[in-house]
Design a binder for this molecule. Structure first.
Ligand SMILES: C[S@@+](CC[C@H](N)C(=O)[O-])C[C@H]1O[C@@H](n2cnc3c(N)ncnc32)[C@H](O)[C@@H]1O
Length: 256
């Protein structure tokens, strides 16, 4: 019953996006200018800071149900996983208990909850957790997520799950200016420490990393486990733009 519901919603997202694109492509210059002006006034009303206007313009790619009351903060705007990519993460694993170690405003946790049995969503920032709960309610999945306000490293020794999803802070939008994004640049600790803490919970680890991440270092991670883990690297695009890299370790690799 749950998976039927999820499939139906997923189709709706794609249909809506398709329609939007057609409408945009067919619009005149004047109409586009008017829409841009209207959009400007709308974002001012919503209190969007100049830094986040760029992300606000992509709001339906972040959350297709944005207009139903989605809540975001400054960091949430630039760090949430776009919905289509989060759906891809959830489809790839597709079951069991998921631990989302850095759940933010809920971009990934919501999509995991639509397809998997249950999600434990952890974030150190209480405001993010409140927003994630609100956003999960809009998607009707709040009953399938346990929200925890805590630092991941403090909680890690007590956690058990089928897959651990690691979407750590990349250090803000300026990560794009770095040519070779090395593991030590991830927050709140370097990528090796993050991976080791995650794979002590389960060898099935999924990491969402910047597109400019050093791939040699990514491969080295699989050797940190007592038995070298299978690994799959996926490039994530959104309407032709390269958004990030997802690394699947253990049995989460080479599914589908
Ligand atoms: C990249 S964002 C996660 C975005 C999320 N995947 C989404 O789609 O909404 C990273 C999150 O990690 C949280 N964070 C930072 N340090 C943390 C820690 N030690 N433990 C848990 N969460 C932490 C931040 O508050 C932020 O919300």
């Amino acid at each position: 019953m749950r998976s039927k519901l999820a499939t139906h919603h997923t189709q709706a997202v794609f249909t809506l996006r398709g329609n939007e694109l057609t409408a945009m492509a067919g619009g005149s210059k004047k109409r586009r200018r008017v829409e841009k002006k209207r959009g400007k006034r709308k974002h001012e009303k919503e209190g969007i800071t100049p830094l986040n206007v760029k992300y606000w313009l992509q709001r339906y790619k972040l959350f297709s149900k944005y207009d139903e009351g989605i809540r975001m903060d400054e960091e949430g705007w630039y760090s949430v996983t776009p919905e289509e990519i989060a759906i891809g993460h959830a489809h790839k694993f597709g079951g069991g208990l998921v631990i989302d170690c850095f759940s933010g405003v809920g971009g990934n946790a919501i999509q995991f909850a639509r397809l998997c049995q249950f999600v434990v969503a952890i974030d150190i920032d209480p405001q993010k957790v409140v927003m994630a709960f609100n956003n999960a309610s809009i998607y009707g999945v709040e009953d399938y997520i346990d929200f925890i306000i805590k630092g991941f490293f403090q909680l890690a020794p007590y956690l058990k799950g089928d897959v651990v999803f690691v979407s750590p802070p990349w250090g803000g939008p300026s990560y794009k200016t770095i040519q070779n994004f090395t593991m030590d640049l991830l927050k709140p600790k370097d990528g090796y420490s993050l991976f080791q803490a995650a794979q002590r919970i389960t060898p099935n680890v999924i990491m969402f990393l910047p597109r400019n991440v050093n791939l040699n270092e990514v491969e080295e991670l699989s050797w940190l486990s007592s038995h070298p883990l299978m690994l799959e690297i996926e490039e994530n695009y959104l309407e032709g733009y390269f958004k990030g890299i997802t690394v699947y370790f253990g049995t989460s690799a080479h599914r589908n």
